[in-house]
Write a protein that binds this ligand. Structure first.
Ligand code: PMV
Length: 286
């Protein structure tokens, strides 16, 4: 048997704009997907909670096994403590954990690249930021490409993740945004401002300037709302994080539901915000 394990992620700044070539600041979080692989007579993927494996996902796993040079058939058992459909990277972590189970010892860039097979099925047109954040771990500054550019970012921050209570698939906001972008030239300007916030955010993160970084979180959320990827429940979650004392708050990931993040000054502050909002505190660090 082989085992692969990979963490979930949060996008600190740059979701959606990263799809259009702007950079994003993302970090792994201490919640994991684990895949146990053993030889079997036919290929099977057993998802947690008895969820039926969609056929395209099984096909993607077969293609990944071929790319990874894995011989023969196998049964892959998946366990996860990452909430599904919450923008916390469960599908990317599944892809990276599978890659590691299929090809033990593979380098982060290769695991991320193999995981794109799964991402394409579950996400439609992914930028690749999620598997990169999961595979490289720590904090990364990511720009899409063939191959993508991944820079490690120094520093640390405490954030609080709060779930909006609405589960959704990434397709549900990425594809409609692509349509709006075609019809409305203003969308590109907003995406470009999101990219600028990610660049500024990276510098502030490295310098530990949390108050200023919090302001970038707020500004990014306003832009994401303007491009139409927020929803009422996320607005309430972001407002609750701010009311609980977050230095700034925003949706994280694709939006349309899923999770929001609030920035805290330190560990104690994060614990207080988490207690007030029902969220959980996470330290993101290099
Ligand atoms: O699947 P999520 O919620 O982590 O969203 C991924 C981030 C997007 O920028 C919205 C899509 C992408 O592939 O970059």
């Amino acid at each position: 048997m082989t085992r692969g394990r990979a963490p979930g992620k949060v996008i600190l700044l740059g979701e959606h704009s990263v799809v259009y070539g702007h950079p994003a600041l993302a970090a792994s979080i201490g919640k994991y997907v684990t895949v146990d692989l053993e030889a079997a007579s036919e290929v099977r993927l057993e998802l947690p909670g008895g969820i039926q494996t969609p056929y395209p996902l099984l096909e993607a796993v077969l293609a990944m096994a071929r790319d990874a040079g894995h011989p023969g058939s196998f049964r892959a058992r998946v366990q996860s403590d990452i909430p599904l459909g919450s923008g916390l990277g469960s599908s990317a972590a599944l892809g990276v954990a599978l890659a590691r189970a299929l090809k033990p010892g593979c380098a982060p860039a290769e695991a991320a690249s193999l995981a794109m097979r799964v991402e394409r099925v579950l996400h439609g047109a992914p930028s690749g930021v999620d598997p990169a954040a999961s595979a490289h771990e720590g904090v990364i500054f990511f720009t899409r490409g063939e191959p993508p550019a991944v820079e490690r970012v120094r520093g640390a921050a405490f954030i609080v993740v709060a779930l909006s209570g609405i589960a959704r698939g990434t397709h549900s906001t990425v594809l409609p945004l692509a349509e709006r972008r075609k019809a409305d030239p203003a969308v590109d300007r907003l995406l470009s401002r999101l990219g600028t916030l990610a660049r500024e955010g990276r510098q502030l993160f490295e310098r530990g300037e949390m108050e200023e970084l919090g302001k970038r979180f707020d500004a990014a959320h306003a832009l994401l709302r303007e491009v139409g990827v927020s929803c009422e429940e996320l607005e309430e979650t972001v407002a609750a994080l701010r009311k609980a004392g977050a230095l700034g708050a925003k949706l994280t990931g694709a939006g349309g539901g899923g999770a929001a993040i609030g920035l805290a000054r330190d560990r104690t502050h994060a614990g207080e915000i988490a207690a007030r909002t029902g969220g959980f505190a996470v330290e993101v660090r290099a």
